[in-house]
Design a protein around this ligand. Sequence first.
Ligand code: AMP
Length: 196
Amino acid sequence: MVNIVLFGPPGSGKGTQSALLVEHYRFVHLSTGDMLREAIAAKTPLGLKAKEVIEQGKLVSDDIVIGMIENRVEENVGVFGFIFDGFPRTIAQAEALDDMLERHSTFIADCVSLQVPFDLLKERLLERGKASGRSDDNEETISKRIHEYLDKTAPVADYYAKQSKLREVDGVGEIEEVNQRIKAAIDADTEHHQNI
Ligand code: AMP
């Protein structure tokens, strides 16, 4: 298996790039943000709880997102690999992910970190909010999300750097251009592990 973490602040293009990577490779895409939005749309008890937290720009509790990811990993045993988008967002989540993958005799090959300046992130998210109507893509919530990112999520990059798995990729430019950079980073590394 080849498992990749696509890492970066809100608005860095993780969702867009994941969709392109899934077309190119045969990854199963696991996005905790998408799963939470599905739970909200279905008005499940978990969704109702998560809605409030998401609209405050805060992170949902580790237990909830780790449980969701664990279920999806269990359901997809034997697939080519996973692309984790928006997960892990805390060190506790990163540790839990390593543990669960180890239980399935696999591991994270790379953490691809999209580098985008903060001014551009805000601009992109406000623009996305107009089209998507996402209730957390407004000026106030965006600032809180970026704050949460710096406080709790940015240290996750160091976690992967310590394992020599961090691959920083310039996330500014045309979508296709950024996608080529990501694929180059993945291919350079996965050749060591197995042929894609
Ligand atoms: P995203 O679509 O990845 O930007 O996620 C939207 C929101 O869902 C985030 O701002 C968080 O409130 C919540 N969320 C998504 N993934 C996680 C995660 N791994 N840990 C905690 N909260 C999350």
